[in-house]
Design a protein around this ligand. Structure first.
Ligand SMILES: [Zn+2]
Ligand SMILES: [Zn+2]
Length: 155
């Protein structure tokens, strides 16, 4: 007798078929692989090229432009290596990736310090505005008192 020995979850998980963004061939997309097998191999090769260049002591301080020029690998792909953590920035002081808001080169987080500051400021302004609104609403509820003929009157 043949029994289904697969756990339920495995049977229910359908592979996600996708077109490779690079060569358009159909492949199974996973959280680790966003291009097809062939393109992935290409990327691995390109990564090796970049890594072999930058790991040399005299190249550790290279900037993105210098790495692109020396290796012939596209900046976008190098950025992908950085974002995915394949290329560890800690070892390369002059490499970075663009801030999601203004595009300036950063080395950690998603946005640069100045954009983070802006964001914090607008958040504070929003909070202050909210507090003012709540305060107003509270006062309105309590009513406004005027002094008429030496007596408090509520309007
Ligand atoms: Zn492909
Ligand atoms: Zn920024």
């Amino acid at each position: 007798m043949i029994t289904n020995t697969y756990p339920r979850e495995v049977v229910l998980t359908m592979p996600e078929l996708s077109n490779c963004p690079k060569c358009d061939s159909i492949f199974v997309k996973t959280q680790f692989r966003d291009v097809c097998q062939d393109c992935w191999k290409e990327e691995e090769k390109d990564f090796e090229t970049v890594y072999q260049f930058i790991r040399k002591r005299e190249n550790r301080t290279a900037t993105m432009i210098q790495v692109v020029e020396a290796t012939g690998i596209e900046e976008d792909l190098i950025l992908k290596f950085i974002r995915s953590g394949k290329l560890k920035l800690a070892q390369f002081p002059n490499l970075g990736y663009p801030c999601e808001k203004c595009g300036v080169s950063i080395r950690e987080g998603k946005i640069c310090k100045s954009c983070a500051g802006e964001l914090r400021k607008s958040l504070q302004e929003f909070t202050a505005e909210e507090e003012r609104r709540i305060e107003m609403a509270k006062r309105e509820k309590q009513g406004t008192y005027f002094v008429v003929d030496g007596k408090y009157k509520k309007f």
